[in-house]
Structure formats: structure tokens, C-alpha cells
Design a protein around this ligand. Structure first.
Ligand SMILES: [Zn+2]
Length: 661
């Protein structure tokens, strides 16, 4: 009942004080009046927690949460949606709608209180994209958007700077996509709120936008499948009275693990025992003089007991043949960087490459195979970014085996770090030899990852960490870095103290081996302890090890090294280092100290579920994480010591508790 009386008030509240801005709400009211069905009615779905009301005059839903008295009212649509017919059966509505094309929304309030929308239309309906259902109105600034465009962030709904938009699933490009197929809203006391789960995630987005009053909200957007509506789309909302972002992450975990067949690292250890060398260890990309076996031996002697060393065969010099076997003798993990995504224009014709020379395992050489391998758009053009043209994963298996088969004879890796696949998004391919939808593209990527597992007994790592690959990917590099404020933070300003370096020097790329200063936007978001939250870890910590991005590794901003290490401690994630001998010589003491600070702790919790994360102080300076083994950690980001339950947590440090309640 509370919602039904709310609609008119809501519309009048929307009318802002200036004359110009009044146009839209008035127009919308006019549209609503034009489409008034013959018998106007409000329809209700109810259970003990929620009263969901649908007003067939406005076409809008309102959710009243009985537990806390909060009302979640949909914003009016930018495009009019005409309600043609409504039918109710128990706690479900079947709503016939028209918004450019006719579709039906099957809306159910489920037993578990999930409010489910299944959207049906004729399969062949031509489509670019459409948004339904509409966003919920953010009532005031006492909320955070739970941003899942990476590890996670609390975006204040009145924030004016963070770049919005995008929200396409499983890509960090194009305006910031989602690593997981959900987003949420929580109050600033971390109790009530709601979350939205895209249950058909592959042609979909959750798009963030600012309401007329400037506050942030978000709505599902459905992309076409091969330019058509294609198939039923499904999105589910859950409303929360308690638990804030932790409860939302746990709800998602419950849903997504069985759906994507995600297993724990511990379960995967049975098949891939060398996972244990990677868990609780720094992940280290080695370059140039860092590829000598003596260098690895020196790390070991210096007290770096565990480490995963990875090298990239696009860069010389290569380590000694048999390097991986020697690393295993040291108890280290051995990894090869891989890349099966990029084609170059030179591949359109045949050319000679020295397959026995110093770059004999170069990743991006497919002489004469460009046309065979490229993913094609409908008009025949290709997809590309500054690194190359995308090879369609549905046709790459023979090339993958060809490349890795040769390399594995000299370098028997424990793991392949497969770059790009879990970061670069999903693309439709119209190449007649290997056509795929976005979902097909994702499945082909997963199949290629599985091929590596089954052929060599290796386990895989990935870039960033789009969740569709996590059944076959056990560590991901870059999830800790907030992509959107990393790439826009001034790191491309050559000649400045912020410049992130480049790849020009093949053996010693400064992008990996240089140091830099953090720009303001990076400080404001990426490394801001008051806004960052481990959403991805709360869902996946015991299934996948995450780290900072390689150009954003723990030591790249030396003045922030301590802070990045503390985030690793708090989230139970791995340090990411890039090293050659000179880098080690310059910072040897700090590397050793960093290892001793972070890794013994990680080894205690690395296989655990992250049960909870809490802000102890409102400014975010003191935070607590609790893991399934009973180990907890209180982290102090501040410049003064902190008394926590009678124990001192030193400044810029942490205190670990066993079996802490
Ligand atoms: Zn294809």
C-alpha cells in the first residue's frame, strides 16, 4: 500500500526548481497519460519481506522493504514504455509491453525474495540495445554504488568525477566493464540496499548514470545477439536489510559458483599440485638479467621462500633451457607468459620468421594466417586495439598447440599466464569458418584454457579476471588495480614524473622496470582505503589469487609500496613484482622486508574464503578482514599507532589474529 500512494508524490518530487529542467518529467507524465490502459490498476507481489507494486499507468515498479521501511522506486524511462496488458498468477506478473518493439516481462517475486525479470520477445526482432527494467531511484546521498568494474569500489552516489557509463560485462575496456555480472547499492552504514544480478550476462551491461538530481544509479542494458533480440534475458534483484556489501557478495557467491562450476584452490590442488608454489607467494615477472638461474637462487638465499616466476618469450634474452625444472628444485613456481589474441597486419602475407632464433617462441607471429584467424564483424571488418587485431578464439586451438608444443620441449612450465583473454571483452564473429556469439566467444576462450590444462597438466593465470573463465584460471593479474583511474590518471604523460614507461627496449621495457609517481586521480580512487572494498575477494578469494596489474606492481610507486602491500595483507592477495638484477640491487632490502611482511601471513589465509571485511573507523584508516580458517587481520593505514581491543596496531602496519572472533 505504501508504494501505491508513492507514485504521484514521486513524480512531483522529481520536478526540479528550474523551468528548463521541468520539461522531461512533465513530458513523461503526458506519455503516461497517453498510454493509460482502460482500467488503471496497481498490481502487487508480496511476501514477508517485500511489497512489490506495479503501476500499469506509469509502467513503473516500486519495492517497499517491510523490514526497514525503505522504498525503491523506479526512475521514469527516457523512452516511453507502453503497458498493453497485465496478467497475474500468484506472485508473478506477465506484462505485455511496447517500447519500439513488443516484448513481455515475466516478473516474479521468488521464494528466496529475489525479484526476477525474464524478458521475452520474438527472436528475430532487430535490435541494437535496449534497457529494461529501469533503474531504481537513488533517494539521497547516503548511499554507495558497489562498483564491480574490477576488484570493487564504494562509489559515493554524489561523486562527480569518477567516469560512469559502459558497464558491459567482462571487459575492462570501453568505458569500464564488469568483472562480475552484478552491481549493488548499499547505505553508508553498510546495512540495507539492493543488488542486481545479470543472469544472462553475455550480451549485457549494467550501465551507471546520473539521475536528474545528479545522484548515481544504474540499470540493465541488453545488447543484441547477432543484431537480433535472440533469446530471453533475465535479471534478478535482491534487497537487503542487513550486511551491506559483504551480504551482497555472499549472495552472489552462492549463485555464481555452481553456475560457473567454480572450485576452490584447494580442490584444484589435487589435480595441479604446483598451485601450492604460487599460493602465498609474490608473482614475479623476470626480465633481462633477472632470467639467470643464479638470480632465482639469490632470491631464495635472501629469504624469499616462495615465488612464482614468469617470463615472456616476446622479450629476450630467454632463460637457460630447462629453467623451469631448476626453479621447481628451488620450490618456486615456473610460469610462461602466453597470448593467443593478437594478429598483426604483417600476418596477412607470408614472411620468414626465425623459429630457431633468439625470439623462437614469439607469441604474435602467424605468417600468412591473418584472414584465417581473424574475428570478423558482419561487414567483414575486424576488431582491434593498439596491440593488434583480435584472433577469434574459436579457431585458435591448432595454433595454440603448435606454439606451446614447441616451447614446452625446452621450458616445461607449471603454468601459463594467458594474457588478454579474461580482460579484453567478448566479440561476435561472422567469419564463416568459425562464427560465434559473445557467449560462444567466451566458451571458446574457456575451451582453449582447458586445452592447455588437458594437454600439459598446466594451470592457467589470466589478465584482470572476468569471471567466466575462473573454472580454468587460478590466478589473475590486475584485479587489484582499478582500471578506470589507472588508464586515465596521467600515466601516458611522457616527460612527467607520472609517466608509466614504454615497451621500446625489448629486454628491459621501462613499463615494467621503471619507477614513477602516483597522479592525484590515482591517489583519490585507486589507492584510497576509504573507498576501496574487496568485492571480488569476498566472492572468489578461495578460488583465484589476484594481484595488482603488472605496470602497477607493488614497487612501481616506491612511496606507496607500503600501502599496496597493506592492501595485499588486508585482502589476502599476492604481491606483484617485476624484476631484473638492477631492480633487485636498488631495492633489495625493501623487497625482502615486503616479502616478510606480506607472504607468511598470506600463506596462512591464501586458501581460505574471505568471510568478511569491515571498516573499523569511518575514515577507512583501520580495517578488519576475517578468513574462514579463523585468521583475522587488522590493518592500520594511518600515520599513528592504533589501539585495537587493547593491542597496538602500528602505523602503516597490521596485526594478525588467529581464531579471532
Ligand atoms: Zn570466429
Amino acid at each position: 500500500m505504501i508504494c501505491t500512494t508513492y507514485f504521484l508524490t514521486f513524480f512531483s518530487e522529481l520536478i526540479p526548481p528550474t523551468g528548463m529542467k521541468m520539461k522531461r518529467p512533465i513530458l513523461l507524465l503526458l506519455f503516461a497519460a497517453m498510454f493509460l490502459p482502460s482500467v488503471a490498476k496497481t498490481w502487487q507481489l508480496t511476501n514477508k519481506d517485500l511489497q512489490v507494486t506495479f503501476d500499469d499507468t506509469t509502467g513503473l515498479f516500486c519495492v517497499y522493504d517491510v523490514r526497514n521501511g525503505k522504498k525503491w522506486m523506479q526512475n521514469p524511462s527516457a523512452e516511453p514504455v507502453e503497458v498493453k496488458k497485465v496478467r497475474q498468477e500468484k506472485n508473478s506478473l506477465e506484462i505485455s509491453l511496447k517500447a519500439g518493439f513488443s516484448f513481455t516481462a515475466h516478473v516474479s517475486l521468488r521464494e528466496d525474495s529475489g525479484l526476477e525479470f525474464v524478458i521475452s520477445a520474438s527472436k528475430g526482432t532487430p535490435l541494437k540495445e535496449f534497457s529494461y527494467p529501469e533503474s531504481f531511484h537513488t533517494v539521497d546521498k547516503d548511499y554507495y554504488l558497489l562498483s564491480t568494474d574490477g576488484e570493487g569500489m564504494l562509489l559515493p552516489v554524489d561523486d562527480q568525477e569518477y567516469p560512469l557509463g559502459g558497464g558491459i560485462t567482462y571487459t575492462y575496456n570501453y568505458g569500464g566493464g564488469l568483472s562480475m555480472a552484478w552491481m549493488g547499492m548499499t547505505d553508508k552504514q553498510f546495512r540495507s540496499g539492493y543488488m542486481t544480478i545479470l543472469e544472462t550476462p553475455f550480451d549485457a551491461a549494467l550501465r551507471t548514470k546520473r539521475q536528474a538530481d545528479g545522484l548515481i544509479t544504474f540499470a540493465p542494458v541488453w545488447l543484441s545477439s547477432l543484431e537480433e533480440f535472440g533469446y530471453d534475458r533475465k535479471v534478478t534483484y535482491h534487497f537487503f536489510n542487513e550486511g551491506g556489501y559483504v551480504a551482497q557478495c555472499k549472495k552472489y557467491r552462492e549463485y555464481i559458483w555452481p553456475k560457473n562450476q567454480v572450485k576452490t584452490l584447494k580442490e584444484n590442488l589435487k589435480r595441479f599440485p604446483t598451485i601450492d608454489n604460487m599460493v602465498g607467494a609474490p608473482h614475479i615477472y623476470v626480465w633481462d638479467t633477472g632470467r639467470d638461474l643464479d638470480f632465482a637462487k639469490e632470491l631464495k638465499k635472501s629469504g624469499i621462500d616462495k615465488a612464482l616466476l614468469i617470463w615472456n618469450a616476446n622479450h629476450t634474452p630467454y632463460p637457460m633451457v630447462g629453467y623451469d625444472d631448476e626453479l621447481r628444485k628451488l620450490g618456486y613456481g615456473s610460469g610462461g607468459y602466453e597470448l593467443f589474441s593478437d594478429l598483426h597486419k604483417r600476418d596477412t602475407v607470408y614472411y620468414e620468421h626465425d623459429w630457431n632464433g633468439p625470439l623462437r617462441y614469439r607469441h604474435t607471429s602467424y605468417p600468412g594466417l591473418f584472414n584465417k584467424l581473424a574475428a570478423r564483424k558482419k561487414d567483414g571488418s575486424t576488431y582491434s586495439n593498439r596491440f593488434g587485431t583480435y584472433a577469434c578464439p574459436a579457431n585458435m586451438a591448432p595454433q595454440i598447440l603448435n606454439r606451446t608444443g614447441r616451447e614446452m620441449k625446452e621450458y616445461r612450465h607449471d603454468t601459463y599466464f594467458v594474457d588478454v583473454y579474461l580482460a579484453n571483452g567478448l566479440y561476435e564473429c561472422y567469419n564463416k569458418q568459425h562464427p560465434v556469439t559473445r557467449e560462444g566467444y567466451a566458451k571458446a576462450i574457456v575451451s582453449n584454457l582447458k586445452l592447455l590444462e588437458d594437454t600439459y597438466g598446466v594451470y592457467n593465470g589470466g589478465e584482470w579476471g572476468a569471471e567466466f573463465g575462473l573454472a580454468h584460471t587460478f590466478y589473475v593479474h590486475g584485479m587489484m588495480t582499478l582500471q578506470r583511474t589507472w588508464w586515465t590518471s596521467g600515466i601516458n604523460d611522457k616527460g612527467t614524473i607520472y609517466y608509466a614507461g614504454d615497451w621500446k627496449n625489448n629486454s628491459r621495457p621501462t613499463a615494467m622496470l621503471g619507477v614513477r609517481t602516483a597522479p592525484d586521480v590515482y591517489l583519490k580512487y585507486s589507492i584510497n582505503e576509504a573507498l576501496r572494498v574487496p568485492l571480488y575477494e569476498l566472492v572468489y578469494h578461495d578460488a583465484v589469487v589476484t594481484s595488482w596489474r603488472w605496470e602497477d606492481s607493488n614497487h612501481h610507486n616506491p612511496e606507496l609500496w607500503w600501502k599496496k602491500d597493506l592492501f595485499n595483507v588486508l585482502y589476502g592477495t599476492a604481491p606483484l613484482w617485476n624484476m631484473d638484477r638492477s631492480c633487485w640491487d636498488d631495492f633489495k632490502k625493501t623487497f625482502i622486508l615486503s616479502y616478510k611482511n606480506v607472504c607468511p601471513w598470506l600463506q596462512k589465509v591464501a586458501y581460505d574464503e574471505l568471510l568478511s571485511h569491515t571498516f573499523i573507523t569511518a575514515d577507512g584508516k583501520i580495517q578488519l578482514s576475517t578468513f574462514a580458517s579463523g585468521n583475522s587481520v587488522v590493518v592500520n593505514f594511518s600515520d599513528t599507532d592504533y589501539d585495537y581491543e587493547g593491542k597496538t596496531v602500528k602505523r602503516r602496519s597490521y596485526l594478525a589474529f588467529g581464531n579471532h572472533k
